[in-house]
Design a protein around this ligand. Structure first.
Ligand SMILES: [Fe+2]
Length: 226
């Protein structure tokens, strides 16, 4: 990805969150110089990867395969300094842009439509060799249990949410013609370095071409204090 795309994606997402009256912490807007000055007092932000996360998953086609999100809280497996067992993300979910089909082995997550357009989500059970399984699955949409066909696409309208147990393949995006949504994710601890299993080979964090100066620092770029 180009740095200019990343800067622009964050500006668009931040503007949308503001329009939805969803406030971000101050560090969402710290410039790179500020990140370089700070010491161990912000270890939790660095170590739990809180903040902006923009990726095209190595697709080279950010408009269709990509994500712009902000991690608000998270813990870290096996690290007593970060005993939090839960995580929360705010995802800018425009029409037609999706993360690659994937599942998690550890993380259980609720995908929540907090307002804006509709969210469409396709789900499968993950079977042997981590392939989508052609059998129905039981899922809860806003606490209401229902049976879902393999690969079925469900519409999550504002206010509704879907709970995805571990080993559930999922892919979601904004429904065409309904506008972007503020999609929330509330989950158990999220380890984006090891707990994403993609149906096709993908990179969770892309290589970045520095065509312009960075305006923001991404969760995987935080400098360590000297
Ligand atoms: Fe996921």
């Amino acid at each position: 990805m180009k740095r200019s795309q990343i800067n622009q994606a964050i500006e668009i997402a931040a503007e949308f969150f503001a329009m939805m009256n969803f406030k971000l912490p101050e560090y969402a807007f710290w410039p790179p110089e500020k990140w370089r000055e700070l010491g161990p007092e912000i270890d939790e932000i660095r170590d739990c990867m809180l903040g902006w996360d923009v990726t095209d998953f190595g697709s080279g086609d950010f408009a269709h395969i990509g994500r712009t999100l902000f991690t608000l809280r998270n813990g870290r497996h096996g690290d007593p300094r970060y005993a939090k067992r839960y995580a929360e993300k705010a995802i800018f979910n425009p029409e037609g842009q999706r993360a690659p089909l994937h599942f998690h082995i550890s993380k259980m997550e609720d995908i929540i439509n907090r307002g804006g357009g509709n969210v469409l989500i396709t789900v499968w059970k993950a079977g042997e060799h981590n392939r989508p399984l052609q059998e129905p699955l039981g899922l809860a949409v806003s606490g209401i249990r229902r049976e879902v066909r393999p690969g079925e696409t469900l519409r999550i309208v504002p206010g509704e949410s879907i709970c995805l147990p571990p080993r559930t393949f999922h892919q979601f995006w904004g429904e065409q013609g309904t506008g972007p949504s503020l999609t929330g994710e509330v989950s158990s601890v999220c380890d984006d370095k090891t707990d994403n299993y993609f149906a096709e080979k993908r990179d969770r964090f892309p290589a970045i071409e520095e065509d312009v100066p960075a305006r923001f620092t991404l969760v995987h770029e935080y400098p360590r204090p000297r």
